[in-house]
Design a protein around this ligand. Structure first.
Ligand code: AKB
Length: 321
């Protein structure tokens, strides 16, 4: 049964995940019940499909005004600075990633919001973490600014749950691949860019080495997981830091060969940059047994299916431009 008073606020609604999350939640609930917000206005489709507010997530008062005015019950906090950009602007990344989280957690602590989703990432792991089938609980020594902010965020989420009963839920996203909105500033972004370049130029210069294997996921699965964990029964959420989440793992050579099944002329070459070191510090595959057992997570889309969907959708997009 859908709660009649449910009102959702999405912070960072114009980003890669936020765009599709807003669309999906507006399909699922009445559009006026899903308030999109971001630091800047988004594209027409997003702006015209329901309420939108310009919001700096670091501004507590502005955030509180929106929460009170719209009688918000749930917040999805998707605003963040990702791994590659965060290495260039460490303090800015820290301030954005942490202050926005504290603002939302504190509103929940004060009873102004009932439920919070906050995304963590595979970036919480580091070089000393077991690389294959990385367990839910293991050594975590993140070496990036982004990873440090996500690991810290996880600790605070768990603390706010234990200490103040805040119903906060989180998953550790792997690299996410989608065709609707481009990612920005991540280390896994190559796995989106490669499809665009394959269609436009039939070739791609990759900023990671060919055998850099990383955990990845198609956006439809990521959105299903995000809404899935938020809709799960409270007692089924046994981990209040963040759940491991997995779908597939591949390296640049393997995704290139799946693209070649559709675009035989496609070629890839390699010019690794500073992002190689970030990727080298992350796991290659993830054990997400607990998410599957606790709240029924299952992924649907494989690498081959994802490549087919990406190429079909982007072909259409490029034809229409
Ligand atoms: C990034 O590459 O920074 C993100 C992530 C894995 O969290 N996509």
């Amino acid at each position: 049964m859908q709660s009649l008073k449910k009102r959702i606020l999405i912070i960072g609604a114009c980003g890669q995940i936020g765009t599709e999350l807003t669309e999906r939640l507006r399909q699922q609930y009445a559009p006026h019940k899903v308030i999109a917000s971001d630091i800047r206005e988004g594209d027409e489709a997003l702006m015209n499909s329901g309420p939108f507010e310009v919001l700096d997530a670091m501004n507590y008062d502005a955030l509180q005004d929106i929460v009170i005015n719209y009688e918000i019950t749930e917040v999805y906090l998707m605003a963040a600075m990702l791994s590659a950009t965060a290495e260039k602007f460490p303090m800015k990344a820290w301030n954005l990633n942490m202050n926005s989280l504290f603002n939302v957690l504190n509103l929940a602590k004060e009873g102004k919001i009932e439920k919070v989703f906050w995304p963590s990432s595979i970036a919480v792991f580091g070089k000393t973490t077991p690389k294959q089938d990385t367990p839910q609980r293991t050594i975590m020594e993140p070496s990036t600014v982004y990873g440090i902010s996500k690991q810290t965020g996880e600790r605070w989420c768990e603390y706010y749950f234990n200490k103040y009963g805040v119903d906060v839920r989180s998953i550790r996203y792997p690299g996410l691949i989608s065709y609707k909105t481009l990612p920005g500033g991540g280390t896994t972004d190559y796995a989106v860019d490669i499809y665009h370049k394959a269609l436009k130029h039939q070739k791609y210069i990759c900023f990671l080495e060919k055998d850099t294997e990383l955990p990845m996921m198609y956006m439809d699965d990521a959105i299903a997981a995000t809404i899935g964990i938020m809709e799960a029964k409270k007692e089924d959420i046994k981990i209040r830091s963040a759940y491991n989440l997995a779908a597939m793992s591949f390296d640049p050579e393997t995704i290139a060969s799946s693209i070649r099944n559709h675009i035989p002329k496609f070629s890839i070459s390699y010019e690794p940059d500073f992002r190689q070191e970030i990727a080298n510090s992350w796991p290659q595959s993830i054990d997400d047994t607990e998410a599957r057992e606790d709240w029924g997570w299952e992924h649907k889309v494989s690498l081959e299916e994802m490549t087919e969907k990406m190429i079909q959708a982007l072909r259409k997009q490029y034809k229409n431009t």
